[in-house]
Design a protein around this ligand. Structure first.
Ligand code: 5AD
Length: 361
């Protein structure tokens, strides 16, 4: 090993050790971890993240049944395949009965969390969402309901909570105002996004923020701001997947985020926030066939198989080649289970709430 390589390996180890001990990272350290070619150092980073996950969650991987219930969207985000101005998209909405059938199938498979995700579709008024949430909670009182339906006024969030929703996912996408403007049309703002996240926390939701790894215009500086926001907000969940271009969007020709960058970020977030619920996302499974398993081995502890009716799956194409008929699908849970067990973990058929703080941490 050359002198140079040894120094580099030590620094990755040093930074990793400090993150684990002090739950802290500097901009410069982040830059080094994301740029280093030291594979050995990076496997050490992943191994340390894995140990933290194991300390909190043991071998359990939590599953969430994802129901993509509408692909109508009033927003026009430059990266997203179901943006308002994508005319090639066949729009659909599931009825309450169809959604309940998804839950029924999911419950039978062992799911105890249902994630209702959709575009920002105002057909689903607060009343309709509340009715839906109550209907699910009535039938499945032992299950958690997660909403992922975008920005709404604080009063709507309150109503969703009163109706029984437990969790809410709203990726912040980037914590840097200028980068936010690069990814979104002028009517959307970073400040409003963060307002929503704070309201969600205040309403008592287990709240998830997150971002795409390798989105156009992302830099070490914007990523550092993401980490600072996560620290400040202290979310229960953080969703991270690689950016993948969708050909009909303004970013259709931009390069995809890499597997490697996504895995490093997962490990870093695990070490900084040991208890956080961290999914190995569908996007990670899309850029590499073993991506989700690699995500778990880098510190993720959640997978979200698709419970949507097969007939609508290909209409929820946020990005090109999104996987939707293979092992990631809920009906192939046995295949997924084998793969998870193959890397030394097991799927836990439980709600999988955010764990209470242990004495030592
Ligand atoms: N590549 C990867 N992820 C995407 N999302 C939207 N479009 C893309 C894309 N092209 C993510 C966003 C959004 C979540 C539902 O999907 O981060 O918050």
């Amino acid at each position: 090993m050359t002198e140079d390589k040894r120094t580099c390996a030590q620094s990755v180890r040093e930074i990793t050790g400090r993150m684990r001990r002090e739950r802290d990272i500097s901009l410069q350290e982040l830059g080094l971890l994301l740029a280093t070619k030291d594979r050995e150092g990076i496997s050490y980073l992943a191994a340390q993240a894995r140990e933290e996950t194991r300390r909190i969650y043991g071998n359990d991987v939590y599953i969430r049944g994802l129901i993509e219930f509408t692909n109508y969207c009033r927003n026009d985000c430059y990266y997203c395949g179901i943006r308002r101005s994508s005319s090639g998209v066949q729009r659909y909405r599931l009825t309450q009965d169809e959604i309940l059938s998804c839950c029924e199938a999911g419950y039978g498979l062992g799911f105890r969390t249902f994630v209702l995700q959709g575009g920002e579709d105002l057909y689903f008024t607060d009343d309709r969402i509340c009715a839906l949430v109550s209907a699910i909670k009535d039938r499945y009182p032992d299950c958690a309901v997660t909403l992922s339906i975008g920005e709404r006024p604080r009063e709507s969030y309150r109503a969703f909570r009163r109706a029984g929703a437990d969790r809410y996912l709203l990726r912040h996408e980037t914590a840097d105002g200028e980068h936010y403007r690069h990814l979104h049309p002028p009517e959307l703002s970073c400040a409003e996004r963060i307002r929503c996240l704070r309201d969600l926390k205040e309403c008592g939701f287990q709240t998830g923020c997150g971002f795409m790894a390798g989105s156009p215009g992302q830099t070490v500086e914007t990523l550092y701001k993401d980490l600072q926001l996560i620290r400040e907000l202290s979310p229960e969940m953080v969703g991270i997947g690689p950016f993948i271009p969708q050909k009909d969007t303004p970013f259709g020709k931009e390069p995809a985020g890499t597997l490697d960058l996504t895995l490093r970020l997962l490990s870093i977030i695990r070490l900084l926030h040991p208890r956080v619920l961290l999914p190995a996302t569908t996007a990670l499974g899309t850029i590499h066939p073993g991506g989700r398993e690699m995500g778990i081995l880098a510190g993720a502890n959640v997978v979200m198989p698709n419970l949507s009716p097969v007939s609508v799956r290909e209409k929820y194409m946020l990005y090109d080649n999104k996987i939707c008929t293979g092992d990631e699908a809920a009906e192939c849970l046995s295949g997924l289970r084998e793969r998870i067990e193959g890397i030394g973990y097991r799927i836990a058929a439980v709600r999988g709430d955010y764990p209470a703080e242990a004495d030592e941490s």
